[in-house]
Design a protein around this ligand. Structure first.
Ligand SMILES: [Zn+2]
Length: 72
């Protein structure tokens, strides 16, 4: 459990709290939507891009080894 500062009253509250215990400012509303946006489709797309780069690098290394073997 971590402590965060309430943006409204500036006091420390638990990051698990849904509302500030001091002033009642809602804490979860702001945090959840961006996380939802970034899951599933975007995570998959990013993972696929990384895989493509990995494959390209592996292919490049294989070609480099072949070239060296051919030369010597
Ligand atoms: Zn507060």
């Amino acid at each position: 459990m971590a402590l965060i500062t309430c943006p409204r009253c500036g006091r420390k509250i638990s990051d698990k709290a849904q509302v500030c215990v001091h002033c009642g400012h809602p804490m979860q509303e702001k945090q959840t939507p961006p996380l939802k946006f970034f899951t599933e489709d975007m995570t998959k797309a990013i993972a696929m891009e990384f895989q493509k780069v990995d494959e390209a690098l592996a292919e490049e290394r294989r070609n480099e080894r072949k070239r060296r073997r051919g030369r010597f």
